[in-house]
Design a protein around this ligand. Structure first.
Ligand SMILES: Nc1nc2c(ncn2[C@@H]2O[C@H](COP(=O)(O)OP(=O)(O)OP(=O)(O)O)[C@@H](O)[C@H]2O)c(=O)[nH]1
Length: 510
């Protein structure tokens, strides 16, 4: 059972109960039991599960509920709140400060995903305006430096390491000193892992800690170890003190729930979770966001942050749409942006209701389709790209030329032009609204209540469904978007419709 299945099972249990006409104590008990079973199967510790069941039961307390109260709402909220509490460590991690060197040291067993996570974190800070770099202090494993070098180069992050020095303490110290002198703000030290928790490994970690005096030591844990995470983190904590944890490989891994809850129970903050092998596959861990995503309620705030961190260029298209124009080049720029965002399935998970809309179109098929559309537009002339597409109808031989040049078929070129036409019509309709939003500062500030209401209506029409537990309805999600406008905010609605219709999801249900 992968994590998404766990979410679906919990959701189904809650919905079965709240959908039925009689919400009595018996039905309530069987819902709690089903949630408990699903969590135990996802390797959450039975004691924690027993605690959660007890808390839900006492929060709802059937006997005290009067006839007028909305039982369904209270039950949904109790389940959401208790799930959040299960994964919340209630502790604050270190917050790096700008304008000074912040040394972050990574520890963890070999293969846990340390090197990958170090690079993801450096990129994450870089995208947020910090000057970040990497130091490879793993002299134990041959090839470790090469791997870090390769990752760092791909992520465009400066790095330090040595092929000749065999003492990891010396390499770590030299790297940190060098980058401190060069005024780097985030200096990430990757250490050796090895297979088991051997004494030499712990001794080495302590020595590196003493030499580089990290502001934060982060331990990396593989989600697949489930509730074993508690024992493993204890063993590490006894040797080298660490302040926070990153849990990797939570993608497609049911035991992730077990690992997260086990760590939360030790009151160690989980700062990030790894959600894939790609450099962008890392999410800041926040209990409420994690649970709402797990339950299929989306993570709009996460999506906005993700989109913003990509620094997508939307200026020209936004300006065009405000004027009611949408050129073929605009379509190409938008597709380019979508391709930068990572796997489509992941994006869909962040948007409430979109996973259903996309249907069974896989990532591979979706991205292949995107690529072919890009080849087609790359084979067009500047004049064609900047046009409204009508010249292709007037001179169909242009379509034949583009198909030949891009190695695709005339039919596919027609499809791109149909897609473009649809979006150009949409842009025409949006003309007034976009102008008002731009004038009203939508691109900079939070949406006003009328804009929120309109956006909420559209989102619900797209299949976002009824408000979920915990009061996380569409309005509050939209409010969470406050201040996020521009590329991340308003554009998401458009992007959803684009994606859904392009990948055969049948288009938004309006
Ligand atoms: N699916 C998935 N794979 C991941 C994630 N994080 C890391 N990996 C993969 O896990 C494997 C091991 O990652 P590394 O970063 O090399 O692990 P390490 O802990 O640095 O290992 P050593 O350098 O040998 O100590 C690689 O194939 C990564 O691509 C994640 O969040 N999801």
């Amino acid at each position: 059972m992968v994590l998404a299945d766990l979410g679906r099972r919990i959701n189904a249990a809650v919905h079965d109960l709240t959908r039925s006409n009689v919400v009595d104590e018996k039905a309530f008990d069987s819902m709690i039991k089903e949630i408990g079973n699903a969590l135990v199967e996802a390797d959450v510790n039975v004691k924690l599960v027993a605690g959660l069941r007890k808390s839900i039961r006492s929060t709802v307390n059937f006997k005290d509920l009067g006839p007028g109260v909305n039982k369904k709402r209270i039950i949904q909220k109790a389940v959401f709140d208790e799930l959040c509490r299960l994964v919340d460590s209630h502790s604050e991690p270190y917050k790096p400060k700008k304008g000074k060197p912040n040394v972050i040291m990574f520890v963890g067993l070999q293969g846990s995903g340390k090197t990958t996570t170090c690079t993801k974190l450096a990129r994450w800070y870089n995208a947020r305006g910090f000057k970040a770099c990497l130091v490879c202090a793993d002299t134990f494993r041959a090839g470790a430096f090469d791997q870090l070098k390769q990752n760092a180069t791909k992520a465009k992050v400066p790095y330090y390491g040595s092929y000749t020095e065999t003492d990891p303490v010396k390499v770590a110290k030299a790297g940190v000193d060098k980058f401190k002198k060069e005024r780097f703000e985030i200096i990430i030290v990757d250490t050796s892992g090895r297979h088991r928790q051997e004494t030499e490994l712990f001794a080495e970690m302590v020595q590196i800690q003493e030499a580089v005096r990290p502001d934060q030591t982060i331990m990396v844990l593989d989600a697949s170890i489930g509730q074993q995470a508690e024992a493993q983190s204890k063993a590490f904590k006894e040797s080298a003190d660490f302040g926070a944890i990153v849990i990797t490989k939570t993608d497609g891994n049911a035991a992730g729930g077990g690992a997260i809850s086990a760590v939360a129970a030790t009151k160690t903050p989980i700062v990030f979770i790894g959600t894939g092998e790609h450099i962008l596959d890392m999410e800041k861990f926040e209990p409420q966001r994690y649970i709402s995503k797990l339950l299929g309620m989306g993570d709009m705030q996460g999506l906005v942050e993700h989109v913003q961190s990509l620094k997508l260029d939307q200026k020209d298209t936004m300006k065009h749409i405000a004027e009611g124009i949408f050129t073929v080049r605009d379509l190409r720029d938008q597709l380019n942006n979508i391709m930068k965002m990572g796997p489509l399935s992941k994006m869909a998970g962040m948007i409430p209701g979109l996973s259903n809309l996309m249907g069974d179109v896989g990532d591979e098929e979706g991205s292949m389709k995107l690529k072919r559309m890009m080849y087609i537009m790359d084979s067009m002339t500047t004049k064609e790209l900047d046009s409204d597409g009508k010249m292709f109808v007037q001179q169909p031989e242009r379509m034949t030329r583009v198909a030949r040049g891009s190695g695709t078929s005339v039919r596919e070129v027609e499809d791109v032009l149909t897609q473009h036409k649809m979006m150009a019509q949409m842009a025409k309709k949006m003309k007034g609204g976009m102008k008002a939003m731009q004038q009203g500062g939508m691109g900079r500030g939070a949406p006003n209540p009328q804009q929120l209401a309109a956006m909420q209506k559209r989102m619900q029409a797209m299949g976002a469904g009824a408000p979920g537990p915990g009061g996380m309805d569409m309005a509050s999600m939209m409010r969470a978007l406050g201040g996020a406008g521009g590329a991340g905010g308003m554009d998401m609605n458009k992007m959803m419709s684009q994606m859904a219709s392009m990948f055969g999801g049948g288009g938004p249900r309006r």
